[in-house]
Ligand binder design. Structure first.
Ligand code: FAD
Length: 432
């Protein structure tokens, strides 16, 4: 390997980091481009609610980083960043342990340019009992945990000699994740009955309640979209309560700030995000959500370190506002950093244009097989709103575009056709 090669190390192979590593890798090769992730497989995070409902099989959907590194020409390093030495330009990785065996010891990775793209996780806002009793959907493991819990409770209810009590699911947070999960669970319940749980009544057997603190669900999006989403959820039998602040979570119930009780068998927490806490220990400036504060060029206060995606606080053009934690933001930021990092690798002048976010609209899928109900609206204004099949096709194309960016045209096409064919031989919901 060339000793002098400028090393770009990207930490976090998610919606933003993986696209950046793949595109840079194709251009500059593995001696320049390094991707660090604490998982061995990548999943596009906006699909996690489908993994949780069992309508998407993680064992089919996950993409191996090692394979993508080989195909795209970057070096993959499996490990979790825990700290850094900015003077020595090193990041520190925790040991990788599997089944009590140390696979990789603690390591250090040197960089010339560092891009931090480690995403976010659920924010419990210090709510008593939330981290203990609520399930979050931050990772494939958590989504799988929810899926198994959901399936197990349905099977037990189906096998009980008495007429089974309905399974009560409370979802805290009426943003896109909460809305999409609620609708997906209704579809999964119908599909599960189809596969033999015939004592279980999909209409009354699962009671879903969606609790939102603001006065409308999808409060970051235009009011028209909130109203349409609420209508679709209610049509699917989901109870929607707004202006409800959850004050504590217990094993079998939630309590709101007025003392109201909401009994539940499973509680899902989808009420906001924060960046990983280790970011606050790096000596970089962070906000109250541990997000790294960057300027409009995605630069931190260290000239060799950039941050993008959910873990970065980036000014928006609207005065005093910051970009939302969305996959399309991370994607556009990755695209913006391509020529910037390319110039640094070549030792050329870095383009001076600041990052500008183009809001192409936010898609919310309210179910996907039983009656299409995808909605779309822009975060920054109220100028357009589409729903139905058009929005559904656009929703699917977002995922496809991510695959195109990281896998290229041939692999994406083969995979899309393969999945279409596999659908014919697989159940509509993952049953094991
Ligand atoms: C259920 C759900 C549904 C969503 N739906 C939508 C949607 O419809 N549309 C939309 O625009 N957005 C949606 N989002 C938000 C979207 O997923 C995020 O905004 C987007 O994934 C952020 O991209 P990112 O690259 O910043 O981080 P991520 O995609 O979260 O990737 C972060 C990566 O960093 C890795 N990592 C974390 N910590 C470390 C560490 N210490 N060391 C090494 N690696 C680390 C993780 O393994 C991960 O691969 C949804 C999110 C969820 C949870």
């Amino acid at each position: 390997m060339d000793e002098q090669a400028h090393k770009v190390v990207i930490v976090g192979g998610g919606a933003g980091g993986l696209e950046l590593a793949s595109k840079l890798g194709r251009q500059f090769g593995p001696e320049h481009i390094f991707l660090v992730d604490n998982a061995s497989d990548h999943i596009w995070k906006p699909s996690l609610h489908e993994v949780a409902a069992g309508t998407l099989d993680i064992h089919r959907e996950g993409l191996s980083y090692a394979m993508m590194a080989k195909d795209n020409g970057f070096t993959f390093i499996y490990g979790e960043m825990s700290g850094m030495d900015r003077d020595a330009r090193l990041i520190r990785l925790n040991p990788v342990v599997d089944d009590n065996h140390v696979i990789f010891p603690a390591r250090q990775v040197s960089y010339d340019t560092l891009v931090i793209a480690v995403g976010s996780r659920s924010n419990f806002f210090g709510t008593p009992g939330a981290s203990e009793f609520a399930v979050a959907l931050d990772s494939t493991q958590q989504a799988e945990r929810f899926r198994k819990l959901f399936l197990r409770k349905l099977v037990i209810a189906n096998n009980s000699p008495e007429p089974p009590d309905p399974l009560r699911i409370a979802i805290v947070g009426g943003g896109a994740t909460g809305v999409e999960l609620a609708a997906e669970l209704v579809e999964a319940s119908h599909n599960i009955r189809y596969y033999g749980l015939d004592r279980f009544d999909p209409v009354h057997g699962v009671q879903i309640i969606l609790l939102e603190g603001a006065d409308r669900i999808l409060s970051a999006l235009p009011p028209k979209m909130s109203a349409a989403a609420e209508r679709l959820l209610r049509q699917r039998g989901i109870e929607v309560r707004t202006s409800v602040r959850v004050a504590s979570v217990q094993e079998k119930s939630l309590t709101d700030s007025n003392g109201g009780q909401y009994p539940c068998d499973i509680c899902v927490w989808a009420a906001g995000i924060e960046a990983p806490s280790f970011l606050a220990t790096l000596g970089l400036e962070v906000n109250h959500l541990n997000q790294i504060i960057v300027d409009r060029r995605l630069r931190t206060d260290d000239p060799n370190i950039f941050a993008l995606g959910d873990c970065a606080q980036v000014p928006w053009s609207k005065e005093g506002e910051y970009l939302p934690a969305r996959a399309q933001v991370a994607h556009q930021q990755a695209k913006y950093l391509m020529p910037v990092l390319g110039a640094r690798i070549r030792g050329a002048e870095v383009p001076a244009e600041p990052f500008r976010f183009k809001d192409y609209g936010s898609l919310v899928a309210v179910g996907h097989t039983r009656g299409v109900g995808s909605l779309m609206g822009v975060l920054s204004g109220k100028s357009w709103f589409v729903e139905g099949l058009v929005a559904r096709v656009m929703y699917m194309s977002l995922h496809l575009m991510h695959h195109l960016a990281v896998l290229g045209l041939v692999r994406t096409s083969v995979m899309a056709i393969g999945r279409l064919l596999l659908k014919r031989s697989a159940p509509r919901v993952k049953l094991h």
